[in-house]
Design a protein. Structure first.
Length: 512
């Protein structure tokens, strides 16, 4: 019997007393629950709760674990991902697993390449098939485009297309919307509905409780590697679920009254970014705005609007030199590199932590202190004691879950890796802090902590520019919000003026 056609009232996946230990950490501790065929089953929990570890076991990425895994009643232990795929299981990973120098089509069919006679690669057939998948996802990715030239959101869509191409009966989605805008999330859920009608079983991991309550048939909560509860969606509420996830009540962050932006800090005049060889010619066109000390300025827009490109221009990492003026504390600046920006007091937390944020070969301490080595040096020698002190201070400040300062950064959950990168840049004592989708992949409890950190930094006089694919997040955090559409500034809203509707209207307004 094909997995996707099984009766929906019987367990398709049974997880019994699954335990997984890493050095210094018990990632999973006797987890037991089941997933029913043809259903949408959400798995939630804080960063470090064990969600991704469990999904890697289900998909054959992790093969060494204790306990029992059953599919359709038969005990299985996948030796690798190929074995899991042969059993009808496909996974969309939270951390993108793409080969940057290959095309989008080549990534979709990586390891399952289509071939012609004599074994030659049939690139045309793969490009046609990839184009069909991208059309199903309602996106405009060119199949022959190298993945390295795609933004994170488009790369995530390539991962989704890769999973769909395997015609899986069980599809595991690990934070699939972390880099998608709201309109793209709507598109993904349309795809999910079509998959469910075909009998596909969806295992969905997300920190976004609105998504969990939107479609889940059942919800499983993990906390600190242990199974807390599995329940039907109608048996719980977002507030109760958040409490179960963190083991405590989460106090909602509300925009604090009394924030009073100070003097002018950053003045951007007619900023444009060329786009050589593209029909549009400009990634950004005549964007002007100001940032004051102690202000949180949001940047909203759909994918391709230019949010990341704007921050790259301000940090000296744009693909081409920008045109226009960037005036910092009354002086025009021209950053040729991130080092120039750092010396001037500008810091950037990138949206793509895996490629552009982490130093995977360094430990937690080194990742946090890598930008403050001069401060940690004595007589030109780096003091490990000073580094450890700074790292411990940052770990406490941002509540980073780690076995210690010397732990491997790659052993931390995605959200805790993100917090380590934010900690790194805070140690440079920036005047302007650029946050590009900073809560991507961060759980509900950690988000509230980051919101409070941002508010505190703002009150200390730092000017903060933050982008986000989540409009409610910008509405919660920001004093003002800029809206971009296809590289142009289409709206500027003060607190009290912006709503999701006004921001979305501006984000889809093509003319200034």
């Amino acid at each position: 019997m094909k997995l996707g056609t099984m009766p929906t009232d019987v367990p398709l996946i049974t997880i019994e007393n699954v335990t997984k230990r890493f050095p210094g950490v018990v990632a999973l501790d006797g987890v037991t629950f089941d997933v029913r065929a043809g259903k949408f089953h959400s798995v939630v929990g804080e960063n470090g709760a064990g969600k991704s570890t469990l999904m890697k076991i289900l998909s054959g990425v992790i093969t060494d674990f204790e306990g029992t895994l059953r599919i359709s009643g038969d005990e299985v232990r996948f030796a690798n991902t190929r074995k899991a795929e042969a059993a009808g299981i496909s996974i969309i990973h939270q951390e993108l697993n793409l080969v940057e120098d290959l095309s989008a089509a080549a990534n979709v069919f990586l390891g399952r390449e289509r071939r012609m006679a004599l074994g030659l690669l049939d690139d045309l057939a793969m490009q046609r098939a990839a184009a069909t998948l991208f059309a199903e996802l309602e996106c405009n990715i060119r199949p022959d485009q190298p993945v390295r030239r795609l933004r994170v959101g488009d790369q995530q869509l390539v991962e989704i297309a890769k999973a769909l191409s395997q015609d899986a009966s069980i599809l595991i989605m690990d934070e699939p919307t972390s880099a998608l805008t709201e309109s793209e999330v709507e598109r993904l859920f349309r795809i999910i509905e079509r998959l469910l009608t075909r009998g596909v079983t969806i295992v969905y991991i997300s920190h976004k409780l609105d998504e969990v309550f939107r479609r889940s048939d059942r919800i499983t909560v993990l906390r600190d590697g242990k199974h807390v509860r599995t329940m039907a969606r109608g048996e719980t509420s977002p507030r109760e679920l958040a409490h179960l996830m963190v083991g405590r009540e989460i106090s909602s962050f509300h925009h604090a009254e009394g924030r009073a932006p100070g003097e002018l800090l950053l003045n951007v005049k007619s900023l444009s970014l060329p786009w050589t060889g593209h029909a549009r010619s400009w990634r950004l066109r005549n964007v002007s705005f100001q940032l004051r000390r102690g202000e949180v300025l949001g940047v909203a827009g759909l994918m391709g609007a230019g949010r990341t490109e704007l921050l790259e221009c301000l940090f000296g990492t744009s693909p081409e030199p920008p045109v226009g003026q960037i005036v910092l504390e009354g002086k025009e600046v021209h950053f040729a590199s991130p080092a120039d920006a750092k010396r001037a007091g500008v810091a950037l937390v990138t949206e793509d932590r895996k490629r552009l944020g982490l130093f995977p070969q360094l430990n937690v301490r080194e990742n946090i202190t890598v930008c403050m080595l001069e401060e940690a040096a004595t007589a030109s020698l780096i003091s490990a004691r000073k580094e450890r002190h700074a790292a411990r201070e940052s770990i406490a400040l941002l509540s980073i879950k780690t076995p210690g300062t010397e732990a491997a950064i790659t052993g931390l959950s995605g959200g805790n890796q993100q917090k380590a990168i934010i900690a790194r840049w805070l140690r440079t004592h920036p005047k302007v802090l650029l946050l590009d989708d900073p809560t991507r992949g961060v759980d509900v409890g950690a988000k509230a902590e980051l919101y409070r950190v941002i508010d505190r930094l703002c009150r200390e006089g730092i000017g903060i520019i933050v982008t986000s694919s989540e409009l409610p997040e910008l509405i919660t955090l920001c004093d003002r919000i800029l809206v971009l559409c296809e590289g142009r500034l289409t709206g500027t809203f003060e607190r009290g003026e912006f709503t999701e509707q006004t921001l979305m209207e501006a984000a889809t307004r093509r003319e200034v």
